[in-house]
Design a protein around this ligand. Structure first.
Ligand SMILES: Nc1ncnc2c1ncn2[C@@H]1O[C@H](COP(=O)(O)OP(=O)(O)OP(=O)(O)O)[C@@H](O)[C@H]1O
Ligand SMILES: N[C@@H](CCO)C(=O)O
Length: 307
């Protein structure tokens, strides 16, 4: 095999009280990551060439040490003594800085691509570990709550970082996602968070997070949405960065089981009560933000696209 193309899904992390722990893979939008083994004429050239097309491609660094995909590929090449040169072509369908794991989709896509292209036979947990290294470049921390669902699909819980442990729960659920045209970088959205919280808020958030897991297993989307909106630590901080969010929370009440900030924002995610409500929520989001809105559902992790 000389080249491979990977479908790499958008992901929505945190989901309220699950900061750096919970994450969902979405059916759309998505990136396509193609990795091709190329001949390198001169040894002085870098081992990795990166091309980016699509959403805001001009804003994404092509330096392999600054591009999340390049960081992951370089580490895998170093660890497995890979001497070949590769060309990584990223077709962005996920808007960078949107809160839908755009940087993460490149990490997951390239980790899965390198694993198959060079027959590394790494399991999902090892792929998530490699992919999370790329997030350190984009977000300043190797958070795994986007790359975990990006690789495993469905709903994931990163229960431990050292050592890395990720649980995966099948979840068949529709969601509505809005991408307000507001710039929120994950790095900045992490800096504004409190480094210490009162014990009462810890008790509240653990209660809400565990309630979400109980609701998922019981397919109780009403309580899932209620608990998802119970975060008292991260969401209240970041809500201030997203104009129109409070209005959206108020207006979708009769149509959604819950609504929260997707990842570090500004993307907003809601759980519709049914298909008709999904359309009503999409209409409200478009009226407030005049932005792209996806009526989609929880999806699979990154996979090879056959021509
Ligand atoms: N391959 C890449 N794809 C997308 N963004 C990248 C990539 N490599 C580096 N970046 C940088 O990462 C930043 C976007 O990452 P950021 O985490 O802020 O947003 P996001 O990944 O879209 O959303 P979130 O992580 O909140 O879900 C941008 O500054 C972008 O230039
Ligand atoms: N848990 C990360 C997710 C970023 O998508 C954060 O909120 O910073």
């Amino acid at each position: 095999m000389k080249e491979i193309t990977i479908y790499s899904p958008a992901t929505s992390a945190n989901l309220g009280p699950g900061y750096d722990i919970f994450g969902l893979a979405l059916e759309e939008p998505y990136d396509l990551v193609n990795v091709e083994i190329i001949e390198s004429s001169c040894k002085c050239c870098e081992q990795i060439k990166i091309s980016v097309s699509g959403e805001k491609a001009e804003e994404i660094p092509l330096d392999p040490t600054q591009n999340t995909a390049g960081v992951v590929a370089l580490k895998m090449m170093e660890d497995f003594n890979i001497k070949e040169c590769v060309h990584i072509k990223i077709q962005k369908g996920i808007k960078p800085g949107s809160g839908l794991g755009s940087s993460s989709a490149s990490c997951s896509g390239v980790a899965v691509a390198m694993n198959k292209l060079f027959n590394l036979e790494l399991d999902n947990l090892k792929l998530i570990k490699y992919a999370s290294l790329g997030e350190a470049v984009a977000a300043g921390a190797p958070h795994a709550d986007n790359v975990a669902p990006g690789i495993m699909g469905n709903f994931t819980l990163t229960t431990s970082y050292e050592p890395l442990e990720v649980l995966n729960i099948l979840l068949d659920m529709d969601v509505v996602v809005a991408l307000p045209n507001i710039q929120v970088s994950t790095k900045e959205a992490r800096k504004i968070l409190p480094q210490e919280i009162p014990l009462q808020k810890l008790v509240n958030n653990v209660g809400k997070a565990t309630g979400m897991i109980h609701s998922i297993y019981n397919k109780d989307f009403e309580n899932l949405g209620k608990y998802m909106m119970g975060d008292q630590v991260v969401e209240p901080c970041r809500a201030t960065l997203i104009e129109g969010y409070d209005e959206a929370k108020e207006k979708v009440k009769e149509f959604a089981y819950g609504i929260t900030i997707s990842g570090s924002g500004p993307a907003i995610i809601a759980i519709p009560k049914n298909k008709e409500c999904s359309s009503e929520i999409a209409k409200i989001f478009k009226e407030i933000w005049n932005c792209p809105v996806y009526e989609t559902k929880v999806g699979k992790g990154a996979y090879e696209v056959k021509d």
